[in-house]
Design a protein around this ligand. Sequence first.
Ligand code: BES
Ligand code: MN
Ligand code: ZN
Length: 433
Amino acid sequence: MVTPGSAPQAVFVIKTKELEKLTTDFFRNEMSKIPAQLKNSGVKFVDVLLPESEKFKNLFNDDAEYFYQTFVEGILLGNYEFSKYKSEKKKPSKLEVRFYSDSPAAAKGIKNGIALIDSVYFTRDLVNEPAITLTPQELAARIRKRFSGTGVKVKVLNKNEILKRKMNALYSVGKGSANPPLLIELHYKPAKAKSKIALVGKGVTYDSGGYSIKPTDGMVDMKADMAGAAAVVGILDAAAKLKMPVELYGVIPAVENLINGNSYKPGDIVSTASGKTIEVKNTDAEGRIILADALEYASAKKPEKIIDFATLTGACVVALGEYAAGLFSKDEEIENKFKSIGEKTFELVWPLPFRDEYSKLLESDIADISNLGPRWGGAITAAKFLEFFVDKSVEYAHIDIAGPAMKNKLSNYTEKWNTGYGVRLTVEYLKSL
Ligand code: BES
Ligand code: MN
Ligand code: ZN
């Protein structure tokens, strides 16, 4: 491990643990500590001698490329910061990290990792941006800019187009803000596609709760209530860059859930584009209302599968903690794949019940469905609400990311900034198709 022309300035010794005790996140997590440790230390180069993948092949199901990818993911994820609002600008100290290996898989893994984490950075920048800046309009503008000149087409439906299509559910949640609601559609269509999948992402750029207002403590982090939308954007970004052979739609309903004289209210009845009616019992259960219209819109694209990502319920975080997302699906293949790919990427996923018995809890006397279930099982009834708006012939999965999308102590690199959860997970899932 020698830097050409000079002596090595730093050597990292990764503690040798018993191999069975290592998780797939071990090297990613260890590498992610390096940038912070060396910041402003004057060290300019780090040389990393990559271990042979052979020893770790059980952890990574023989995927040597992915094993090496975790090293570069760690460095880059650990180097992320969101410091644009610090008035004192530190100029970033430059650290060159060089990886050494004889394996051809290492070169590929490193290249993939760099491309992928660039997409995760884009997602994280969106989620960490305060709502004062990141309105539905700004979200759409950044998406347009990101994808201009790429293979991804972006279409934005404004308030009038939303009303013309009778997406009154989406419109109602957004009408209490000076920044009107939007529906953002992304489309990536490679020359040869193995399958067609629609990804739907909750895009509440701020969730005050509306008239069912949240206490301040519950509101401070609600700029991140568009993390599902941001994940969908990052997934399409990576898929297009990596030229993945799957056709993807991204559908993002974008609103601010605020209060004014025009806001929707508890007791209102709102309808989706298909005509299904919703009794609004709580304006803070707004995500499912906007997703109703978005899931109908996605169904009309006739995809094989619809997967949605949403910071949907605090109840999911109560159930699983912050380290795993809740997965709701009747498709065993989706369930098994997401669970095992969650282990591999360390974007953890845990299946929760999705039985039809729970749907009864959403019955409404006055409309087709109520947006609020009883106190218990809130993540499940929310998921059943969403399913009501998905075409029955389409395989469906809902992923509640309210926990892991927010900064948390799972890993060193998720601790400080909102995480960009879902991009690494889903790109790996799409690869497996
Ligand atoms: N955006 C919140 C859920 C949330 C909570 C995300 C904490 C991330 C962290 C969602 O819109 C919400 O307010 N859900 C309510 C639903 C309830 C009113 C049925 C909740 O979880 O309390
Ligand atoms: Mn809410
Ligand atoms: Zn919300």
